[in-house]
Ligand binder design. Structure first.
Ligand code: NDP
Length: 658
């Protein structure tokens, strides 16, 4: 496979000579024509290096190398201080729509439903383990937290709320505030049961409703009935740490970036002045997207920071700036109604490598200069035989520039050498920072590179790595999250008709209609991520799915009323037929090959930590893939389906039907 790719690649560049150096990283090329040609020899060397580095990182236990924070019983992790709350909503035993998750996804589902006029805010109930609205932006409070997708495209409902983000990339507290703003504007503020875990959701065919079993923090479990359930639980929300020998013996403090302990560090999310760290040596495990935001702040306050690295991130420029109000007003006025959707779709076009690309790059940042990201999220040209080759070509240029940036920024060349990423850019979440690399020029920061193996052992005093013991006052884990879809999470059981668990139904492969519903589970909706389109801007995807689901529910309500004139319709069911979901799944499978470029990536949560699939496992895994042809094509499919009318492929029934 590797050889085939290489031969193909070399043929394409046969006439090339060892060309000019790639342009500086802040002037990336936007199409292949601009790319500096690279010699055959150089290409081969890079490919070999990618392969060597990938192999170093392969661990036999794959995803099983990690445990959840609650699953490791040996050391208590900080939990963001959940406390028992009095909540009047616990008295409500029946609602119309129960939404699991009160982040941007859950809020969008609620707002889009309200906009159809199908129901009132008082008929919706959110249930969330967090202590407030915001989802990921509620849990994460680490210093430096910010969204790395431009806020004008990322923050939902900016037109409706008329909110101007303060910066091109706003910080965590502003995102959390925006979640509260949305909840307030649509009267949803009092409609959430927070600090409450959903354990199980079971369909009751007799009563045509769901029974949702919930446990409020510090209280007894209780049950709520709901006509509809929407699982908006997010993709990356179960924090994980590596399984570590000796963690139970460690005498210092431990916490995960998503549960930052300001009691220990000093400061607060809005003012991370971490004065309590001035005499502390902190070990930070991981160099992913959270790490690159948090470490520069730690370095400012701690006596010493020791960063333990397994795979370096590819760090592009950030170039954040305050929003210029004059520019904002002009931009919004000139673009007119629908400006935010247009901006989101313009952003998607570049990162999905649409052909042709729009004339204007409205967002104009590191994401929109990264067409090779389309290997991960799908692209209209994904099935072209030479797509992957072209993406490698584009990407090589980008990664080369990123590696050169490390070399020119980090003074100590031994440190610079190990901070260089050796893999195609789509294999890991791209990172953007103007101050992460320079942190390694500070006297109080050092990097321990584990040569692709990661840390495996903790002692009573600190971390044992590369044959040396590092004494640490605290270990902070920036080691990420388990990837899980809303409907297939280990900690939430969903049972449909005949008490059949969803996980059992999907054991041999996921089937769905449009990635949002599945046969045997009436009135259950979930926002993919499997079998839906994907984007670097997850909020765009969530909004499209929310609009789609709101349409399905309200149209089904209207159809039922038309069929039963003069009757107040209650208790209707919506369910995709087995045939319609079979057809949709086939369409997904036909496009799955477009995503094959991820399989040989350096290990990570995108590719099951690099574990190879047997043919059978590969076929099953393809059912869990996204829409390979890119987000625009996916949205067109579901829009066309809506335009056709009649909710084709859905079985709508009510107890009034004869
Ligand atoms: P990631 O999964 O991206 O990074 C985890 C880091 O921990 C990696 O560097 C990983 O190395 C490292 N690691 C894991 N095990 C070990 C070990 N045993 N020893 C040493 N290092 C280890 O998690 P993050 O929390 O950084 O980010 C998670 C996701 O959250 C991102 O991918 C992104 O989608 C999202 N995010 C988004 C942000 C935004 O601005 N929108 C900001 C922050 C996060 P390796 O690479 O080798 O696995």
């Amino acid at each position: 496979m590797q050889r085939v790719f290489l031969r193909h690649f070399i043929t394409m560049t046969e006439n090339s000579i060892a060309g000019p150096e790639a342009p500086a990283l802040d002037q990336p090329a936007t199409n292949i024509a601009n790319i500096a040609k690279t010699s055959e020899h150089h290409l081969q060397k890079i490919q070999e290096q990618y392969d060597v580095e990938r192999k170093k990182r392969l661990l036999p236990d794959g995803p099983a190398q990690y445990v959840g924070l609650a699953d490791q019983s040996t050391k208590t992790f900080h939990s963001n201080g959940n406390i028992a709350m009095d909540n009047n909503l616990l008295q409500e035993k029946k609602v119309r729509v129960l939404i699991v998750g009160a982040g941007f996804g859950g809020l969008l589902f609620a707002v889009r439903l309200l906009q159809t006029g199908f129901l009132r805010a008082t008929e919706i109930l959110f249930v969330d383990a967090a202590g407030g609205f915001g989802g990921t932006w509620w849990w994460n409070k680490y210093p430096g937290l910010a969204c790395d997708v431009e806020s004008y495209t990322y923050m939902p409902l900016l037109e409706e709320t008329k909110y101007m983000p303060s910066q091109k990339y706003v910080n965590g507290p502003e995102l959390r505030e925006h979640a509260n703003r949305i909840a307030g504007q649509w009267n949803l503020g009092e409609r959430a049961l927070f600090q409450t875990v959903v354990n199980k959701s079971a369909w009751n065919d007799q009563d045509r409703q769901w029974t949702v079993h919930v446990t409020p923090h510090g209280q007894s479990p209780t049950a709520i009935q709901s006509d509809f359930v929407i699982l908006a639980t997010g993709l990356l929300n179960s924090p994980k740490i590596p399984k570590l020998g000796g963690l139970e013996t460690y005498n210092g403090k431990v916490f995960h970036t998503s549960r930052w302990d300001y009691e220990y560090t000093g400061g607060s999310p809005s003012s991370p002045i971490m004065h309590r760290l001035q005499d502390k040596t902190i070990g930070f495990v991981g160099t992913g997207a959270s790490a690159i935001q948090a470490i520069p702040h730690l370095a400012q306050w701690a006596k010493k920071v020791i960063v333990f690295q397994r795979t370096p991130s590819a760090v592009d420029w950030r170039h954040n700036h305050l929003t210029d109000r004059t520019w904002w007003v002009k931009m919004v006025q000139e673009a007119g109604s629908g400006w935010q959707k247009e901006r989101m779709e313009n952003f998607n076009a570049f990162s999905s490598n649409e052909d042709p690309l729009p004339d204007v790059d409205l967002v104009d940042d590191g994401w929109t200069k990264m067409q090779s990201f389309s290997v991960l999220i799908g692209s209209p040209s994904g099935l072209d035989p030479d797509h992957l080759t072209r993406m490698h070509q584009l990407d090589l240029h980008r990664q080369e520039a990123i590696r050169r940036r490390v070399e020119t920024t980090v003074t100590d060349q031994a440190t610079a050498r190990v901070l260089k990423p050796w893999y195609p850019g789509w294999c890991k979440r791209p990172c953007f920072s103007d101050d992460f690399l320079t942190v390694f020029n500070r006297p109080n920061v050092s990097l321990v590179d584990t040569n692709g193996k990661g840390i495996r052992t903790v002692t009573d005093r600190g971390i044992l790595a590369e044959g040396q013991e590092y004494d640490l006052d605290a270990i902070i884990f920036g080691t990420g999250y388990s990837l899980g879809g809303s409907a297939d999470r280990g900690d939430l059981t969903v049972t449909g008709r005949d008490n059949r668990p969803l996980q059992e139904k999907w054991q041999k492969g996921l089937t769905s209609l449009h990635g949002v519903m599945t046969n045997g589970f009436p009135n259950l909706f979930f926002p993919g991520p499997y079998q839906t389109g994907a984007s670097a801007n997850q909020v765009y995807v969530l909004d499209q799915l929310a609009i789609h689901v709101a349409h399905i529910i309200s149209e089904a309500g209207s159809l039922t009323s038309e069929r039963n004139p003069g009757v107040t319709v209650a208790g209707f069911t919506i369910e995709p037929s087995a045939r319609s979901e079979g057809e949709w799944t086939s369409k997904v499978l036909m496009r799955a090959r477009a995503l094959g470029g991820v399989l040989n990536c350096t290990p990570g949560y995108f590719n099951r930590e690099g574990l190879q699939f047997s043919d059978l496992e590969g076929f099953r895994a393809a059912h869990f893939s996204i829409w390979g042809e890119g987000i625009k094509s996916y949205v067109k499919e579901i829009e066309n389906w809506r335009r056709t009318g009649g909710l084709v492929g859905l079985d709508i029934q009510s107890r009034h039907d004869k």
